[in-house]
Structures are given as structure tokens and as C-alpha cells.
Write a protein that binds this ligand. Structure first.
Ligand SMILES: [Zn+2]
Ligand SMILES: [Zn+2]
Length: 806
């Protein structure tokens, strides 16, 4: 039952005049007393009026009228710009903010073409069925004659499929359906494909890593089928704002793509505060008092982001301010809500009732009740996971609290954008967790408010992706030498390996698939067969976990979240590829640890920088998950560390590594005994900061450091892609090494702790229990590297105008 139902409507405090963002922030700050100011930066993101452009001349009157019925009188400038480019035949990616109207940018040229040419067709790809369904509603709502939009996915009844293939001119689907259904069945689609004018790739930033690399080849297969009919459709992509969208879109499609990035849509003003919880005095740290769990646990820690968020939520509610707190886990959201309620009830009995937790799985009526309660002010505070995006329509919030960096700038702005929709000024607060990236970001506002550096990365040349995709292509139509250019670097080697393995046969006319059955390739499966997660009591299949991360995520004892519901794993059977679980919501989270060894297989590229070397190459990694930690969710306190008995696994992947000469380390003041701890600390922080450069999280990458590696014969730090064949993360790290390691150095230096803590050099997944670690040593190591590496790292990240720091 929604908690708000217990409060009578209409007797809440009126919104006080002081709810303006600056005043609210002053109040939140005041509660921390005279100690260190937790606010590291305040950014005033000014309201932007929005800039319209005239409809392009080629816009049919019928389409103009249809948009007008929807209340759109003219496009925003960026929409018109992207539409013009696409209409003229240029492949284009529009990469602008949340709710900036990217849909119109592709609907306009696509639908204009369908109206002008009664035979033309459009294929629209979304990463999820839900998004495709949304877009279907939007396009169908325009009621344009002869377009006949239709979704075509796994849920489409057989009876409707043929009609769609024959008659729909705007087909909405997803890459999986294109891969499994449309391309293998291209003979049935020839009428559609030979008239294909546009391919729309929506939310294209979600095609990253190994999945993105697969999708890149699915798009090449689509281009190949169109080319057989002499068609070269125009690609129209939409992306969240990211670093270098043109390059990412180019890699995804294999085509030159122009980028439109100047967002001309209007937005409300936001005061954005960056908040770093204070370090706790040693005797109050949850690790103190003898809980074992590794040498690092006695280090100082910060007040937990959850506690801090709960306090801010309580203070905001006490001031009568409608506030939404985003927390990453459902359990975390419940802790925040419960803590805030308790604090409020202590101050004014009954006031706690005005705070609730929101979880996925609420029924529609419950969600509506929640919206109503918030709208009327019966409910003032809500703590939620980002499941809220799935179906609650909240307007008129005054403040948004974001507990921990949500992973990407796109998510950050999506969450912050929940505040101030009514046009009023709003307050957003990002509360840093104890993580090196969070630490960096709250000290480097230019990385958040300036031009983005995080790029969507993928690696279509990954042989573990390329070979199976070429097999799929050959099964659709024999491969020719010309096709090898289409599929890019490594295609010839991959074809040769398929011939050697007996999958393809070479004939004078090309390479032929030898089997009757089509190859089985799962775009989303990676690193071995997926492991099924099964509820033991009912036998219900909850989902799958990819083979590569099963050891980490569903080992016996692991707490496994599935659609917001918590399960505990009873057993993991690797032979059957099955993890048995039962529903349980313990007060702890689990963190697996592994031990790793690594050999260098080949060097792809390197930079010789005197005493420092920087390398990119293939490596063989052997890793074994050996234990896991249980940590109290509310405080982060380590409860215990438990052993696991899992086999070691081998991984051929791509790594970036740097070496330093022992002399240069000695000259920088790193004692020989300190070298292992210095390198280890630098490695942890470098892994933590890589998501700043590429849209990965620290679970996509691994690392290893050693004072003497047999293959490099020098002190070395390796950072590798956690996926077979690599996913583009290490490559991006190599390409931006100076910038990446500069940010790593700054994150360590700016952490106020003395000897290293989870906010800088400790890692939650360290196989060595965060031992040894030397924070001062890590700074010296990185200084040596940065002093020698060429590149832009000596300068800070690029800044951009349009901002005023307070
Ligand atoms: Zn620290
Ligand atoms: Zn470690």
C-alpha cells in the first residue's frame, strides 16, 4: 500500500517561499555545522529559452499539419539541422540531451520521404521492445496515410508477420530480431529491403562493448543485403550526449557519420551541488573495532552516501520541499526512506509518514496514488531506484538527490531532469560514494558540466565477435572478397579461421556456409554459455547471467537482484550452467574477489617514452574467484569474508599497460619495498577512473600490477577488458592514456584521507584484500608516467563556457 494513503490530503505545510534552490542548499549546508563544507562545487545551469528553426522546405504540408496537431509548430534548430543532413543523404547522429526531441529529428526526414515516395520504406531499431512500442504510438498518432507503421519483434503474432512484411512501410524492431529473424529471412523481406530509404538507430549509445560490437556487424549484414538490391539506405542515429559521437556512430555503422550536438531545446534552470560526505574520525569508522576482512578495512572511510542522502532527504522534507532521491539499489532506497522517516518522526511525530520508498512492481493504481500524493503534497519525499523511469510521471519536484554517480552523464541528467519540470528553478545534489570516480567527479565539475569525455566504445574487430558474425553473413549469402572490406579489419583472418574450422568452404565465387543449420550466435551472450538463474522452490527461470561474470555474480551465497527483487544463491552448478536461488532480502551485499595472472601474447601498438612505456596488446589472463565479502548495506561495514571453490578461467583479451624503469621509480622517491603497493594503488584507481573515458563500469575491466613482470621485465600495471577478445575499453584507455592517468592522479591526490581509502585507492573487488597499497607511492608512480608520456594529460580536461562557478 502506498504509505501516503495514511495521511489526509491537504493539510501539509505549504511550499515555503524559501524553497528556492539557493535557499534550500543553504539550509542543507547549515546542518553540517562548522566542520568541513561537504559541498565541493555549486553549478548554476541557467535556463535556456530554446531556439526554433523553420520547417525545412521539403517538409510536406501533410506532415507539418500532423506535427501541428501534436502541438509542434516548428522544430528546434538541432532537429532541423539533423533532418536536413539526413534528407540530403548524409548519415547523421544527433547526440543531444534528455528530452531534447531526438525523435522528431529522425521522424521528420523519414516520414517526409515516405510521403514523397509512396514506395519507400523505413526500418527503425530500438534497444528494447518497450521503446519500439513507444515510437510506434508516436508515429501511428500522426495518422499519415499509407505509412502503416508496425512493430515486428518476438511478440508479433505469426499471422501478422506476412502482412507487415508486405504492407508496412515503417517497421519498428530491435537488433536481436534483425539478427535472428529479418536477415536470415531476407528472401521474405526483399520487397521491403529493396525500397529501404532510412535505417533509424535509436539510443545508439546503448550499443557498447561486446554487445555493441555484435550490433555493428548486424548493421553491416543489413547493408550487405540492401546492396544486393542496389540500395544504400541513409543511417539516422540518435544518442545521448557523449564524447565523440561521430566516431562511435561511425564504428557502429562502418560509415562516415556527421554529428549534430548543439542542443537547442529549452530547459529549466538547475542549481547543481556536488556533495562529498565527510571522512569519519577513525574510532567511528565501521571497519574499526576488529571486524576482519583485509588490511585495508582499518582505513578511514567517509560517511556513507546512503546516510548522507537520508539526512538530506529528511531536511528537505522538513522544509516542505518536494524531493526525490535516486539510489542505486532497491534495498538502498528502502534504507534511505526508513532512515529519513525515523529522523522526521523524532523531530515531529507523524512527519515521517510523508516519506516513502518506491519500488519496481507497484501496480498501476498504486503508482497513480503515489503520483497524486506527491502532486498534492501529502507525500514530500520519495526514495527510488531508477526503476522510477519505468512508469511514474512526476511533475513539480523541487529537488533531486542523486546518491552516487549513476554511471553516465546521460543517466545523471535524466535523474536531475526530474526536478523543476514545471519551469521553476530546481536543486539537484550529487552525493559522492566512496569510489575513486565519485571522488574525482565532485572535485572536477568540468568533467560533469563541460564537454563530455566518456565515449561509447565498441570493437568490431574483436575476433570473438567477427568470426561468428561472418558465419551468419555467409549463411545468408556467400561471402565475396568485396564483403571483407565491409566487415573491416581482421575479416580475412576470421574467414580463414572459419575455413580451417570447417565452417566455411572456399570456392572460386566466394566462401560458402557448409551446414544446413544456421549458426547460433547470441548478440547479448558473451564469455561462454550463459548461466540460468532458477528459483529453486518453483523451478521458475528468472533470467540468465553471461558465463564470464557468473563466477562473480551468482556464486553460492551471492545476493542477486532481479528486477528489483533480491535473491540469495543456494548453489552454482557450472556443468549444468545453472544457479539455484531463493527469494531473500538480507541486510548485506556480496562482493566477489578474484586472483589473477597474466601473460603478454602480442603487442599491437606502443609508445616509447624514455623510462616509461605504454602498450596496447593481446594478453592471456587466468583468473579465479576465490572468496567474497559480505557488507552491511546501510553502513558499508564488512561483515566477513568467505571462501569459494571455483575453477580458474582463461581469457584471451586486450590490455593496456604501462611500465616504468626501476631507476625512475627510485629517483621519484619510491623505495623498492614500496613499489608493489605503489603500483597496486595506481592500478586500482586507474580502473576506477576508466569509466570517465569510456562507458563501461569497473566490472567490465580488470587489472594486475607487479614490481617485475616476466614479459615486460619491469614494474608494470596492466588494465584489461574483461570480455574475450576485448570490447574496446583498453583501446580507449590507450588512446586517452595521458588524460585518463591525469584524472587518476588527481582523484588520488584530492582525496582527503591520509593512507588510502575506498574513495581513492581501495577496490571492492581486490583479490588481495587491498594489500599492499601505498597512496603516496601511487602518486609518485603516476607523476613519473605523466612527466614522460606525450599527450594532453598535462592539461586538465577541456572546459566549456556557459557556466558560472560559485
Ligand atoms: Zn582516500
Ligand atoms: Zn587489488
Amino acid at each position: 500500500m502506498p504509505p501516503a494513503a495514511t495521511v489526509a490530503a491537504g493539510h501539509g505545510p505549504d511550499r515555503p517561499p524559501g524553497a528556492a534552490p539557493a535557499e534550500l542548499l543553504r539550509r542543507l549546508r547549515a546542518r553540517t555545522g562548522g566542520d568541513a563544507d561537504p559541498v565541493t562545487h555549486v553549478e548554476r545551469v541557467p535556463a535556456r529559452p530554446g531556439e526554433q528553426a523553420p520547417w525545412p522546405q521539403w517538409t510536406p504540408e501533410e506532415l507539418r499539419a500532423a506535427f501541428a496537431r501534436r502541438g509542434i509548430v516548428a522544430p528546434w534548430r538541432h532537429q532541423a539541422e539533423a533532418a536536413d543532413l539526413a534528407y540530403a543523404g548524409t548519415h547523421v547522429v544527433v547526440a543531444t540531451g534528455t528530452a531534447s526531441g531526438k525523435s522528431l529529428a529522425y521522424q521528420l526526414p523519414a516520414l517526409a520521404t515516405l510521403l514523397a515516395d509512396p514506395r519507400a520504406t523505413v526500418l527503425y531499431l530500438a534497444p528494447t521492445k518497450a521503446l519500439a512500442a513507444d515510437q510506434l504510438r508516436a508515429v501511428a498518432g500522426l495518422e499519415l496515410d499509407g505509412v502503416r507503421p508496425a512493430t515486428y519483434d518476438g511478440d508479433t503474432p505469426r499471422a501478422e508477420r506476412e502482412w507487415i512484411r508486405r504492407h508496412s512501410r515503417f517497421v519498428l524492431t530491435n537488433p536481436d530480431m534483425l539478427h535472428h529473424g529479418i536477415l536470415p529471412g531476407h528472401a521474405h523481406w526483399s520487397g521491403f529491403l529493396r525500397r529501404l530509404a532510412y535505417v533509424v538507430v535509436d539510443e545508439c549509445h546503448t550499443y557498447r562493448g561486446v554487445f555493441g560490437s555484435h550490433v555493428a556487424h548486424v548493421l553491416r549484414r543489413l547493408r550487405r543485403q540492401c546492396a544486393r538490391f542496389g540500395r544504400t539506405p541513409v543511417f539516422l542515429l540518435a544518442s545521448a550526449t557523449s564524447g565523440d559521437p561521430a566516431t562511435a556512430a561511425g564504428r557502429l555503422t562502418g560509415l562516415p557519420v556527421a554529428a549534430v550536438t548543439d542542443d537547442a531545446s529549452p530547459r529549466g534552470g538547475v542549481t547543481f551541488a556536488l556533495w562529498e560526505p565527510p571522512l569519519l574520525p577513525g574510532d567511528q569508522a565501521p571497519g574499526a573495532g576488529g571486524q576482519a576482512g583485509g588490511a585495508g578495512d582499518l582505513a578511514p572511510v567517509r560517511r556513507s552516501a546512503l546516510r548522507e542522502t537520508a539526512d538530506l532527504l529528511a531536511d528537505a522534507v522538513a522544509s516542505g520541499v518536494r524531493t526525490l532521491a535516486f539510489v542505486r539499489s532497491r534495498k538502498g532506497a528502502e534504507v534511505v526512506a526508513a532512515t529519513a522517516r525515523r529522523a522526521l518522526d523524532e523531530a515531529v511525530p507523524g512527519l515521517g509518514d510523508r516519506v516513502a520508498a518506491y519500488r519496481a512492481g507497484y501496480l498501476r493504481e498504486e503508482r497513480r496514488e503515489l503520483e497524486r500524493a506527491l502532486l498534492h503534497g501529502d507525500l514530500l519525499g520519495l526514495a527510488s531506484t531508477n526503476a522510477l523511469e519505468l512508469g511514474v510521471d512526476l511533475v513539480g519536484l523541487d529537488a533531486v538527490l542523486i546518491c552516487g554517480w549513476p554511471g553516465t552523464r546521460a543517466s545523471l541528467w535524466q535523474q536531475a531532469g526530474r526536478a523543476g519540470r514545471s519551469g521553476d528553478e530546481a536543486l539537484a545534489v550529487l552525493v559522492a560514494r566512496d569510489d575513486p570516480l565519485d571522488t574525482y567527479l565532485v572535485h572536477h565539475p568540468e568533467a560533469l558540466f563541460g564537454r563530455p569525455v566518456e565515449a561509447t566504445v565498441l570493437d568490431p574487430a574483436n575476433p570473438y565477435v567477427l568470426a561468428p558474425q561472418l558465419a551468419c553473413a555467409a549463411a545468408e549469402a556467400p561471402l565475396t572478397p568485396a564483403d571483407l572490406d565491409l566487415f573491416g579489419d581482421g575479416a580475412k583472418e576470421a574467414v580463414d579461421s572459419l575455413v580451417a574450422a570447417g565452417a566455411l568452404r572456399q570456392r572460386p565465387t566466394g566462401w560458402y556456409w557448409r551446414h544446413r543449420e544456421r549458426p547460433e550466435v547470441d548478440l547479448r551472450g558473451e564469455g561462454g554459455a550463459p548461466v540460468c538463474v532458477v528459483e529453486a522452490a518453483t523451478g521458475r527461470l528468472l533470467g540468465t547471467v553471461d558465463g564470464g561474470s557468473a563466477h562473480f555474480l551468482v556464486h553460492a551465497g551471492a545476493v542477486h537482484l532481479h528486477q528489483g527483487v533480491s535473491y540469495v544463491v543456494d548453489s552454482l552448478d557450472l556443468d549444468d550452467g545453472c544457479a539455484l536461488v531463493h527469494p531473500e532480502e538480507p541486510d548485506w551485499s556480496t562482493h566477489a574477489r578474484d586472483v589473477t595472472s597474466l601473460t603478454v601474447a602480442s603487442v599491437r601498438s606502443y609508445v616509447d617514452a624514455g623510462p616509461v612505456g605504454l602498450f596496447l596488446g593481446e594478453v592471456d589472463v587466468t583468473s579465479q574467484v576465490v572468496s567474497y565479502q559480505r557488507r552491511r548495506i546501510s553502513s558499508g561495514e564488512v561483515i566477513d569474508t568467505r571462501p569459494l571453490d571455483l575453477p580458474a578461467r582463461e581469457l584471451r583479451t586486450v590490455a593496456v599497460w604501462f611500465t616504468l624503469s626501476p631507476e625512475s621509480l627510485a629517483a621519484a622517491g619510491v623505495e623498492p619495498a614500496d613499489v608493489p603497493g605503489a603500483l597496486h594503488a595506481a592500478e586500482h584507481a586507474a580502473i576506477g577512473l576508466l569509466p570517465l573515458m569510456a562507458t563501461c563500469d569497473r566490472w567490465d575491466i580488470g587489472g594486475l600490477s607487479t614490481a617485475l613482470h616476466p614479459d615486460t621485465e619491469a614494474p608494470t600495471v596492466f588494465v584489461y577488458d574483461g570480455h574475450p577478445g576485448g570490447a574496446g575499453f583498453a583501446e580507449r584507455a590507450y588512446g586517452t592514456a595521458a588524460q585518463w592517468l591525469r584524472a587518476t592522479r588527481d582523484a588520488i591526490a584530492e582525496c582527503g584521507c591520509e593512507a588510502g581509502c575506498p574513495s581513492c585507492v581501495q577496490s571492492p573487488k581486490c583479490g588481495n584484500g587491498n594489500n599492499p597499497l601505498s597512496k603516496p607511492g601511487a602518486l609518485r608512480v603516476l607523476d613519473v608516467v605523466l612527466a614522460n608520456l606525450p599527450g594532453p594529460g598535462a592539461a586538465a580536461l577541456p572546459r566549456q563556457g556557459d557556466r558560472r562557478a560559485e
